[in-house]
Design a protein around this ligand. Structure first.
Ligand SMILES: [Zn+2]
Length: 399
């Protein structure tokens, strides 16, 4: 029998796979599969329907007919181009009690701890199963995990006691995040000589009306929209993030494309917010057209949804949350996180299962140059996961 590699050793290996979203992660998964195999743990891959180089991995150890615990993480990382890294991003560099490297915090640190825990669990007398769910293309809108969830739906596993999404929370207990819906709006106008500008519908002006509507809706949401406690910004937010339009200054622009997103609290629905934006945009465009003396009604922007994922809200008194709390230091804070996760999608699959976001490292350093994780965070995560595993060794009703 070979010794189980430590989480730290695994993290070194994982960082060396440049598993940027949209690029292959299969080599990384095959390495994990080999380790699981050695420990006698079966695993399966659920590949992207269009690209066998990108896949999810699902593995289980322990009796499958009982409710267990799911450890969930994503294997993709964000790109490094244009960031001033002081050490190679795809090479783990250890200094000052930290590991530097792309994905160290978001979220290969947790993935390393989760794999280590699975390998350890293979030798324990589990009464209930421990599952590992690793996804791809999370960073571009929780794209890959949807294929895994589809496959899991067909398996009919007993609803787990707890689904732990190990995104970086500095090991705090994350009980919620907002949902997100992202859109692309195409504003159409008519090209023409700018010397005759008022005769043509200007697509950039239409996009400006859309932006104004977005800002008005945001201001309404901030003053009268539903509130959800626990967030730094406790209401639904909407903002324009990217705009592109026009060919030359002396041509009235015929097209302008605007990307915007809504991050919504539980009591808001993005469709309702979007409907307000559409209505206010149209009112503005009609007013502008009247002022300009246009006789034809302006064309409303064509808005398509780019990505969306649901929000997460987990009750703090759910048994699974209390189980997790017992595996963490006393008085570990509950929190709501400012980023999205796959947690809301897992909650849709298993609506009785508490889904909690809790993992090592800080989101503050994620997606940036010189991303790092403290070694102490890896240790804290290992300790928590070992306790969770031990809880699975107790007979039903014990503990
Ligand atoms: Zn992440």
């Amino acid at each position: 029998m070979t010794a189980t590699p430590s989480s730290l050793a695994l993290l070194h290996e994982l960082i060396a796979f440049p598993s940027v979203s949209r690029s292959p992660n299969i080599a990384l998964l095959e390495r994990i599969q080999a380790l699981l195999n050695q420990a006698g743990i079966a695993s399966s891959l659920v590949c992207d329907p269009t690209d066998p180089g990108r896949a999810n991995l699902f593995a289980s150890t322990g009796p499958m007919d009982a409710p267990g615990i799911v450890l969930s993480g994503h294997t993709d990382v964000v790109p490094v181009q244009g960031q001033p890294w002081t050490s190679p991003p795809f090479e783990a560099t250890q200094r000052d009690g930290r590991i530097y490297g792309r994905g160290s915090a978001d979220m290969k640190g947790f993935v390393a701890c989760a794999v280590h825990t699975m390998l350890q669990a293979a030798d324990k007398p589990l009464q209930r199963p421990l599952h590992l769910a690793l996804s791809y293309d999370e960073e571009i809108g929780c794209v890959g995990v949807r294929h895994l969830l589809q496959a899991l739906r067909q398996r009919n596993l007993p609803a787990p006691l707890l689904c732990l999404v190990g995104e970086p929370t500095l090991m705090q207990i994350g009980l919620g995040h907002k949902g997100k819906s992202a859109y692309r709006a195409r504003c159409c106008g008519q090209e023409g000589h700018s010397g005759l500008a008022p005769r043509f519908a200007n697509a950039i002006h239409a996009a400006a009306d859309l932006v104004s509507a977005i800002r008005e809706v945001q201001s309404d949401l901030a003053t009268t929209g539903p509130r959800e406690a626990g967030y730094a910004i406790p209401y639904t937010t909407i903002h324009a993030g990217r705009i592109e339009g026009g060919k030359a200054l002396n041509i009235v622009p015929g097209e302008c494309v605007l990307d915007f997103e809504i991050r919504f609290v539980t009591d808001d629905h993005p469709d309702d917010v979007l409907a307000c934006v559409r209505e206010k945009t149209l009112v503005r465009m009609q007013q502008a057209a009247q002022l300009q003396g246009c006789t034809t009604a302006p064309a409303a922007p064509a808005i398509e949804q780019l990505v969306a994922y649901p929000g997460l809200r987990t009750a703090s008194n759910a048994p699974g949350v209390q189980l997790l709390a017992r595996c963490l230091p006393a008085h570990t804070p509950h929190t709501k996180v400012a980023f999205g996760t796959e947690g809301g999608l897992f909650q849709q699959l298993w609506d009785k299962t508490p889904v909690v976001v809790c993992g090592p490292g800080s989101i503050e350093v994620a997606h940036k140059a010189d991303e790092y994780i403290e070694l102490a965070q890896l240790d804290a995560c290992d300790a928590m996961l070992a306790q969770l595993t031990d809880s699975l060794c107790l007979r039903e009703g014990a503990g």
